[in-house]
Design a protein around this ligand. Structure first.
Ligand SMILES: Cc1cc2nc3c(=O)[nH]c(=O)nc-3n(C[C@H](O)[C@H](O)[C@H](O)COP(=O)(O)OP(=O)(O)OC[C@H]3O[C@@H](n4cnc5c(N)ncnc54)[C@H](O)[C@@H]3O)c2cc1C
Ligand SMILES: NC(=O)c1ccc[n+]([C@@H]2O[C@H](COP(=O)([O-])OP(=O)(O)OC[C@H]3O[C@@H](n4cnc5c(N)ncnc54)[C@H](O)[C@@H]3O)[C@@H](O)[C@H]2O)c1
Length: 496
């Protein structure tokens, strides 16, 4: 039976032909939430228009996921070199131990590559949208009411009014700023401005130790910058798995990252400092002042203070779309807002700010709106990774939720016991599984290891398919392999 709450009833005759009964879908925002929804709706036969003001692919492709993970790929190579001495590798010139510091990066070249990859990905997505018949309107979208979206030109004047049967808001978020330390794109930087640097910062201060701060601190240290990480909490990656954060902190300290915990930045400013290099006697630097008055000096500062939803000035309140106090759009698990026919997906909803989740929310929204069969977003099945060295990946219920009162058993296996890890000279990391007592169902897991982002998938499948630990342990793993530790952890009695 049709779900009476969908924006449109299912239409078996929907053909996707231009005229007739094909519903009109208008999407504001061309990031993963918006473009995945556009492709889904077009394939379902709707007439789709996507309004995007900056570039197809959104922040995910242009400034966030694609460039940052491409930067991490360069950093990974330097990390491998730094750890290769224990595998018997020596410098060809002097037979000394190879150190990452003996190599250097051409940051201008690295950044050129990252920007090129982002551009190419954006063009690929634009081509897919065009092939699917999605019409892209460059400009700023504003919701006029539940059935109309205005396209605004740069000056703010409406240049077009798009009628809609269904609207999807997928406008994303932008970097949070410190009022007394606004990014200037040169020394005080948001993460979107890092890719214009031509020279490696000699000393990068990273303010904020969430996922963004931890990833850039890890990457820039590997590239050769001195790095100071300013964390407002006791541990890095607050809110995540504490054991994983402890491994990362240890790795940071060993690699020479200076950690300032329980330190909140109040302001950041530029200053001229003596450089003693025989030039004019001074060079540019930055000073970060903490709330307790301490000052930290470096060459550059990266502000990684989180993000704010880009929902202001979109006409949402006027159209009756309910916002939460944080400014995020209030949605349910099938991406509906408080206004019938208006859906929202991605970072603007504040539901797991991940590209994968944005895309899933967008697809769910379109299936629901167009009367297709759809299941809601299942939070416990979301997997994610922190691309530091080592990587941290997680899915479902973690140990923190257990501490907070959920019922479960924890199985942990240090990576150091794994034969492949020994062969590769790996010592940091572990596999952790959380299993429901009695039934033995896998409820979640954490992997801390190189390429943990790839290793988490068997645990994600186990969670999604409600497999027991015994079932997870019974499948063959390659010998020797790091995934062997996942099966081994599933085999182990809890707490051992
Ligand atoms: C440094 C960093 C690294 C990350 N790495 C990962 C990762 O490895 N994996 C992962 O899953 N997630 C990662 N994320 C999170 C990921 O980037 C976001 O979750 C994702 O971008 C959300 O997609 P979205 O579609 O909601 O928004 P966005 O990608 O932000 O796209 C929104 C689009 O809407 C447009 N827009 C906004 N307002 C309007 C308007 N009024 N009219 C027209 N257009 C408008 C914007 O120009 C933008 O293009 C990372 C985030 C950061 C900051
Ligand atoms: N690999 C990935 O998938 C990836 C990478 C980056 C970001 N993300 C997504 O983006 C989301 C946001 O991550 P984020 O790290 O950008 O933001 P966040 O909100 O998780 O972390 C920001 C941190 O900055 C701290 N902070 C705020 N003001 C401060 C101040 N004045 N001084 C010192 N610290 C201060 C906060 O306490 C917080 O710990 C993540 O939850 C994640 O979903 C994902």
């Amino acid at each position: 039976m049709a779900d009476p709450s969908t924006a449109l009833p299912p239409d078996p005759d929907r053909t996707g032909a231009d005229g007739g009964s094909a519903p009109r879908v208008v999407i504001i925002g061309g990031g993963p939430g918006g473009y995945e929804a556009a492709l889904t709706a077009a394939r379902t036969g709707a007439r789709v228009t996507l309004v995007e003001e900056r570039g197809i692919g959104g922040a995910a492709v242009l400034t966030d996921v694609v460039p940052s993970k491409s930067l991490v790929a360069t950093a990974d190579v330097l990390d491998l070199v730094g750890a290769s001495a224990r595998l018997g590798i020596r410098d060809a010139e002097d037979a000394g131990e190879p150190v990452a510091g003996s190599l250097t990066v051409d940051l201008a070249r690295v950044n050129e590559r990252l920007r090129g990859l982002a551009r190419a990905q954006s063009e690929d997505i634009a081509a897919s949208l065009a092939a699917a018949g999605v019409v892209v309107r460059p400009g700023r979208g504003r919701l006029e009411d539940a059935e109309h979206v205005a396209v605004l030109a740069e000056g703010g004047e409406a240049v077009e009014m798009l009628p809609a049967d269904v609207v999807l808001l997928a406008v994303g978020a932008r970097p949070r700023e410190l009022p007394e330390g606004r990014p200037d794109g040169e020394r005080i930087l948001s993460w979107t401005q890092l890719y214009d640097l031509d020279e490696l910062p000699s000393h990068l201060i990273v303010v904020g130790s969430g996922v963004t701060g931890a990833e850039f601190a890890s990457a820039y240290r590997a590239l050769g910058s001195e790095v100071t990480l300013v964390s407002s909490r006791d541990q890095v990656l607050p809110g995540g798995d504490e054991d994983a954060a402890a491994v990362l902190e240890e790795a940071f300290t060993r690699r020479g990252v200076t950690l300032c915990s329980r330190s909140r930045a109040a302001s950041a400013r530029r200053e001229r400092v003596a450089d003693g290099d025989g030039g004019d006697g001074s060079a540019e630097g930055v000073v970060v002042t903490l709330e307790d008055g301490r000052e930290i000096r470096g060459s550059h500062v990266l502000m990684a203070l989180g993000a704010v939803p880009a929902t202001a000035g979109l006409g949402l309140e006027e159209a009756g779309v309910r916002l939460r106090p944080s400014g995020h759009i209030d949605t349910d698990r099938v991406s509906r807002t408080s206004v019938r026919g208006v859906y929202a997906a991605g970072d603007c909803t504040g539901v797991h700010p991940l590209a994968s989740v944005a895309a899933m929310q967008g697809r769910i929204a379109m299936h629901h709106a167009l009367g297709e069969a759809v299941g809601p977003l299942i939070h416990q099945q979301v997997s994610s990774a922190v691309f530091t060295s080592p990587e941290i990946a997680m899915v479902g219920l973690g140990a923190r939720e257990l501490v907070d009162g959920a019922d479960g058993e924890v199985h942990v296996l240090p990576l150091a016991t794994n034969p492949r890890a020994k062969m590769q000279g790996l010592t940091d990391g572990f596999v952790k599984l959380v299993v429901r007592p009695g039934s033995g169902t896998v409820m979640g897991g954490v992997v801390v290891a190189p390429r943990a982002s790839e290793l988490i998938h068997p645990i994600t499948l186990a969670v999604a398919q409600r497999m027991t630990a015994e079932e997870l342990a019974s499948a063959f793993t390659v010998y020797p392999s790091l995934t062997g530790s996942i099966a081994e952890a599933a085999r182990r009695p809890a707490g051992e």
